[in-house]
Structures are given as C-alpha cells and as structure tokens.
Design a protein around this ligand. Structure first.
Ligand code: PBG
Length: 345
C-alpha cells in the first residue's frame, strides 16, 4: 500500500487501460510534427502598424511610456511607410500629436486639409504605394477637452460630431487615405461616412470600424503619445463600451456592418479575445483586433524587469489573436514582429 502523499509506482498504474492509446503528447515530440499539426499561423500579412505623427522635419520623438515607439514628423513617417512596405507589412495607421496651440473646442484643426494626417498621407503616397494607409477619424487629438466628439455643456453630442467627422474623412480620402477608421464610437457614423465618401466619389475608400471599442484603462500610453492625457477631462464612458458587456459588442458590430463597414475591429485586444471570437463567429466579416498601447507597454515593462522574454511574449500574444479568430492585428510590435517572422520561427 502506498502512503497518502507518496506517488504510486509506475508499475502500479495501469496506463494502458487509462489512456487506451490516447496520448496527446505524441504529435508534440518533434518540431516537424508540431509544425505539421499547428492550427494557426502568424504572418506578416496579419500586421497593421500604428504610427504617431508630430510637427517638424527629421523629428523622431520618443514616447516615454511606449519603449521603442517614436512620434514621427511627416518626412520620417514616409520613411517608416517605405520600411513597412519593405518588411511586407500590408498597412499602417496614422495618429497625430496635434500641437496644443491648435486644439480647440470646435476641433477645427481636424478640418484643415493641411493638417498632419493629410500631409502624411500625401507624403506617404508619394514615397510608396505598396502599403495601405489607414487614418483615424475621431476628434480627440484636436479638441481642447480631449473627447472624441464635440461638447455642448457636459454632453458629447452625437450628431454634430458625426457631421464634423464626415468632413474630416473626406479630407483624408482626398489626401490619399485608403481606409477610414472611425474610432469615436458615435452612433451612425459608419453610415454617414459611407454616404459622404460615396457622394464625393470615394466609392473605393474602405471603412474599418472600431465597432466594439471599450472604455478601457489600457489606452493610457496612447493618450500620452497623442497628447490627450493632458487635455482629457472626465472619461469616455458615455460613448465607449462598458468592459463588462459582450452581447452589446455584437449589436455594435451588426449596426456597423449594416451601415457599410468593410472591416470591423475589437479594441482593446488581449483582454477581449472572447469578443473577437464571438464577432468572427457571428458575422464572418474581416475582423481585426487592436493590441493597444497599454498591452504593448505592459509586455515591454515585464520584459524590462527580466520577468518575461520580450520576443516570445510578443509572438505568443500575436498568435493568440489569430487563434481567437482575428484576421489581423493592429500592433506597435508590427515592425519587430515582421523582422522576427522573416527570420523564421
Ligand atoms: C481615440 C483613440 C484611442 C486609441 C485609438 N484611438 C484612445 C482613446 O479612445 O482614448 C487607443 C489606442 C491605443 O491605446 O493604442 N480616438
């Protein structure tokens, strides 16, 4: 008799009966076999690289809370776009740091055809046509209060914000943007943008809807990067979603698809993989996940402390999006991941 706390001897275990040959470890024994049965693969084609823009010439300004990420002047953004194309990254996404002197209540700089985003679109399109350009449609980098929409009193007013953003989107399309990505979470904006783009002849300009975007604490470093953590008063809970809700995400996606979204997105990413999975299963539309700034910075911070391996954590976090059903990932790791994937896994 074995004493409690002492394992039985191997001879005492009747493993043949217990397992009946079902040894799931069998295919894991060799690399060739693991590769053969691998269900999902991360490829450079899955990556979208978000890039921050800043005024000036030859400027690369480090974002303190995002290791290795810089704000780039327009000329540097064009160089980055070429780099992305060389790496095989299909698309980049642009986010401006608007000079504080240009931010106002009415988000007027968003409607300046010479603003940073429009200038960057033009410069990038001149530098390369091998990378898709996605622009962010929302007002937070332009408002003095840091909200994504216009305010009347304490309220973020839906319909006037949508009207403002239709003009913003047309300017982006005119400047050469391939994909308009509304991140504002106002109701009806996808339909309004589609109608406005079509009316101006931009029938081929795609819309990637931030369909299920949550009021998340994981956006902190991004707000540093675009300068809205300094301006933001209050929070975004009257338009961004409650992190506790999953069914509501499906209703948001259903509306955006009906209104004409070509692609939908879930944001943040890793804490919301269940939502990514449900969206892909329910709608079978191109579904993207945004691995947001806070996720990126957490992964970096743990690695910087020696607690995790940066490269392996990066790759594991990205392949998890694919396993959940995402068709692609917006990630600040895009260039590092592309380089790593090019070396082979
Ligand atoms: C705002 C916007 C945000 C992000 C993208 N667009 C932040 C916010 O809603 O406050 C976050 C991206 C990130 O954290 O990486 N329109």
């Amino acid at each position: 008799m074995t004493k409690i706390g002492t394992p039985p001897s191997v001879d005492e275990l009747d493993m043949a009966t217990i397992l009946q040959g079902r040894r799931l470890r069998r295919p894991r024994q060799a690399d060739w076999s693991r590769r053969l049965v691998r269900e999902t693969r991360l490829s450079v084609d899955d990556l979208i690289w978000p890039i921050f823009l800043v005024d000036g010439q030859g400027v690369r300004q480090p974002v303190e809370s995002m290791p290795g990420v810089d704000r780039l002047s327009v000329d540097e953004a064009a160089i980055a776009a070429k780099h992305a194309a060389d790496l095989g990254i299909p698309a980049i996404a642009l986010f401006p740091y608007t000079d504080p002197s240009l931010r106002d209540e009415g988000a007027t700089e968003a409607l300046n055809p010479g603003n940073l985003v429009c200038a960057a679109c033009r410069a990038i399109k001149e530098a390369t046509t091998d990378v898709g350009v996605i622009t962010d449609v929302a007002l937070d980098p332009y408002t003095s209060h840091g909200q994504d929409g216009l305010m009347v009193g304490d309220e973020i007013v839906n319909d006037p914000s949508v009207a403002h953003m239709t003009v913003q989107a047309i300017l982006h399309a005119e400047a050469g943007a391939d994909v308009i990505a509304p991140s504002d979470m106002m109701d009806g904006r996808v339909g309004a943008l589609r109608q406005a783009l079509d009316a101006k002849g931009y029938t081929n300009t795609q819309i990637m809807a931030y369909a299920a975007k949550y009021a998340s604490a994981f956006y902190g470093p991004f707000r540093d990067a675009v300068g809205s953590s300094a301006t933001l008063k209050g929070d975004k809970r009257t338009y961004q979603m409650d992190p506790a809700n999953g069914d509501e995400a499906l209703r948001e996606v259903a509306l955006d698809v009906a209104e004409g979204a070509d692609m939908v997105m879930v944001k943040p990413g890793m804490p919301y993989l269940d939502v990514v999975h449900r969206v892909k299963q329910s709608f079978s539309v191109p579904t993207f996940a945004y691995q947001v700034s806070g996720e990126f910075s957490m992964i970096h911070a743990a690695a910087a402390n020696g607690w995790t391996d940066l490269e392996r954590t990066m790759l594991e976090s990205l392949v998890a999006f694919k396993r959940a059903g995402a068709d692609g990932i917006l990630t600040y790791f895009a260039p590092a991941a592309a380089e790593r994937l090019a070396r082979g896994t």
